[in-house]
Ligand binder design. Sequence first.
Ligand code: DGJ
Length: 753
Amino acid sequence: MQILVNQKNLEFHLYNENISYILKVLDDGTLGHLYFGKKIKHRDSYQHLVQFTSAEVPVTPNALDDKRGFCKDILLQEYPSYGNGDYREPAIVVLQENGSRITDFTYHSYEIVEGKENLKNLPNTYVENSNEAKTLKIYLKDELIGATLTLSYTIFRDYDVITRNAHIKNESDEKLILERFLSASLDFKEPDFQIVHLSGAWSRERHVEISEINQNKFVIDSKRGTSSVNSNPFIALKRKETTEFSGEVYGFNLVYSGNHIEMVEKNQYNKLRVSIGMNPFNFNWTLLKGDEFQSPEVVMSYSNTGMNGLSLNYHRLYRERLARGVWRDKVRPVLLNNWEATYFDFNEEKILDIAKKAKELGVELFVLDDGWFGARNHDKAGLGDWWSNLEKIPSGVEGLSKKVEEMGIKFGLWFEPEMVNKDSELYRNHPNWILRAPNRKNTPSRNQHTLDLGREDVREYLYEKISKILRESKISYVKWDMNRPMTEVWSEVIDSTKQGEVFHRYILGLYELLEKLTTEFPEVLFESCASGGNRFDPGMLYYMPQTWTSDDTDAVERIKIQYGTSLCYPVVSMGAHVSAVPNHQTNRITPIKTRGNVAIFGAFGYELDLNKITDEEKEIVKKQIEFFKENRELIQFGDFYRLVSPFEKKLNDAAWMVVSKDKKEALVAKYKILSVPNAGYESLLLSGLNEDYLYSVESLQVQGESYYGDELHSSGLIFKEPSFSDLGNLQIEGELDSLIGDFKSCLIKLKSI
Ligand code: DGJ
């Protein structure tokens, strides 16, 4: 990894073994972009890569009098301004006292820093040793408004990513109002890409969508106050021919949990601009003399080994250099969460009963979900009152957690700190602590309102209440929930001219509180949740190494959700549970084996009363847990390969696999949604193995006892079983293991011999 500088021409080449990123100060002093992609040879100068003609470009302003083709609307730039001839989306808009929004930031100086600096008060990827990365900081100034803009670029030694962020400081006496301050803007010379994005809804999170690029703009954004299930802050630009395992693709992911925007814009000259950062909608930030503003980080990655190569880049980085703390490198406990088992209808006895059975079957952590505090017997009351409901739990959380620990199983607890029900002590005492606009009705969602986390007194209250419980009880795990999008985003502690700061101040407040709690309780495993996956983003993963992926626990739906989530986020970060059937979200009945075979690809657990399943199912659960424990290092920390997409093949099949770092072990999962009569024999091409290793194959469903890696990659695993329409012909041992029937699945373990 290196950053080489041509001092004379002011060109900067950041590269590691696989990728190059090249930028240059252009003739008018603005920062131009020359290249991002596969590593290219270093040259003294890349001047010839600058794109402009000497001829006039019709009806297009030229930024230099003597160079008529030097048009900002064509040039590839790093952080475009508004107002001087670039009509594409700017990265920055600054309102000045004279009413102007025109800016022109030009090169001032640069600095190279060994390693990577942490962003102040924001989550970010990091290094453990300064030799893991190098950072280029370019200082630009707009002398007229007296502001310095710093663009930081980090190249990692071991990960094919470039991280970027922007920082601005007002050094003038004038008041500047930031109206837009994106994290990054990246221009491509040509537009031949498709946009891959993760869109969805509650219960249908992060479905893979592919959109075409036409002239004008494609926008993904959130204005909900969360990163949201509707539009995850991740996009990839792939070539049309790029597949899962071949071809070029670029990824962009914002390390932020609030409102965000990703725009892909093709202009009249076939230039493509990607813009990513905090959503400028309802945003402004006042900078007085000396004030600074820091953008969130964006993680950009490049792969020429297809979508899966891109995902592996993100997975490795996020597992190793985004997640933090003692749980970062540890396999996660098998948990049982009582939410779908009881909802609000429980008492201490019932909880102990569920925990006891869970322990018997091998579960390691019991999680008490919503309903243990205040007057929380339904979702209309109690939120905010973080003390035990002694009618339901006479021993309180303190006593109950000890009882559960005495059974030989850890105890975890649910909180939803950011919210309040109007019917609560907290609201009665502090009705002004919620986000609400003067003289307007507040819009409820799930009967709850959002606390103003930008307020110090609110954060102090939450810290005091939560830390007290964590200190006094035996708590090994916290589920941090957040169950509504924001409305009436207005804060009484913020000046009327600065209400555009409220969204971001909320997120900064949330991050501050999380930093404080996770630092004080380093041994506690935190799992983030927002009605399932409304905040499945790298910002939250920095504080909490796993996220409840979706409230939808139906195995069939989960295949799609987990598949989509895996485009950017690692398996170990996805909370995944086996729940009861008929499923509570879809009413679908799937075999417990398949529910397990899907959920083990995650931070695995159960969400049902194990006392209520048949003895045969209990045996299966026991075996599932044993199997998971034997294989969890491989599953949670191996490399993940998507083999068959549930979004293709008429939505009927899916398959994926994990491979250990040394490639000596792998686990393949194949899912069949609906039974297809007389479908013939199937084979499945695998990936990620060592082509020279001979692998033994442990599975009733697969033909042969061993395969070489190259056979598995190029010829594939052959499944024994034809899909008979006449079950009378079924010759396979053990019907439960058969792939015949609806919602069937199997796991195939490979070991090098
Ligand atoms: C939403 C979460 O996603 C569920 O898992 C559960 O914790 C409920 N909230 C509890 O209210």
